[in-house]
Design a binder for this molecule. Sequence first.
Ligand code: GLY
Length: 316
Amino acid sequence: MNPILPVIAVHGGAGTITRAALNAEQEARYHEALDYVLKGGQAILEKGGSALDAVTEAVFRLEECPLFNAGKGAVFTHAGTHELDASIMDGRSLAAGAVACVKSLRNPILAARRVMEDGRHVLLVGEGAEAFARNAGLKTVPPDYYFTEARHAQWQRALSEGRFGMLEGLAAEPIDADTKMGTVGAVALDADGNLAAATSTGGVTDKRVGRVGDSPLIGAGCYANNRTVAVSCTGSGEMFIRMLAAYDVSALMEYRGLTLAEACEEVVMHKLPSIDGRGGLIAVDAQGNVCLPFNTEGMYRGHAQAGGPRQTAIYR
Ligand code: GLY
């Protein structure tokens, strides 16, 4: 049997990302950021580290980068606040952890990981999640930590256009018509054949306070199972919840025997669009095949095998 070649894939959100929307300098910044994120996960896999550690590190780096809608750089709610969601899943044991509606954690993905390791629950929300993370020694931040000019301007535009929660527009529009937002995530396969997935987000601009999307919901925005696939989603969360998008990729592979590419095509290009679901996902299967489909104009994405070149892309 051939040895397993570890691999990692990451995304920084999908949406209306056209060549006209980004200048060369902005484009270069995104490529550089995605490369840095991939490099962190790849280095762990190259040292024989676990898929779980690789996706945690990659999403941690994405949360730290203000370019992406997670951690620093998260979008604004209708009340001008920030509420963050994250989840992680271990394909080896089907263990999972998630937090939702947290307002003071610097890195929600680390809190999700602690919830998983604690093992008692899968999903903690709001103040309970924050207290749990504080007790675990994770970093907290004041509300203005998440602020960025770009997200503030985007929220102001949404307010002035009356696009409350951006929900009216979701059927016709991508996640963010003007500034191409989404979620961040990572999936990986390690040398022991274990899969893992992690997802983190600030949600959608101008969302209602208390709104939770697909990202912290296991099976909707994040799923990993060594028998099939690891998946992290980005897009119009309500539709990804209704379609159980991440689990559906796994189920199509397990029950209908579809290949990774066929299952991803079915979910992203047929099933999600049938309910106006816009976005994409990243997926790696137990053989190390990678698939990065999206039904929007673009998706910030990248992938790399251990010891191989890192590839990043934005447009179709
Ligand atoms: N897909 C992220 C969200 O809808 O919150």
